[in-house]
Design a protein around this ligand. Sequence first.
Ligand SMILES: [Zn+2]
Length: 82
Amino acid sequence: MPTKYPKLTKEEYDHVYMKIYYYMNRDRLLARAKRPVKCEKCNKIMPYSSLCYHIKKCHTKEEKPMRNDLKKEDGKFVLTFD
Ligand SMILES: [Zn+2]
């Protein structure tokens, strides 16, 4: 029996659901993202939507290991094709 709704996979359904959820609750979600919060580490006040990025950027110290092929080397490079 044909239905008038398209058949969706779970992922497609969730995607459509979230789009509709966002559309229906847009003002509430934006108000939530915009509300000012205080960073616990530096007492800076910022919108809630910026907090996650701020913590990641300013309070997380992650030293990335230097990639081998990006090491700076001095000297002349001669291409050889042997
Ligand atoms: Zn901070």
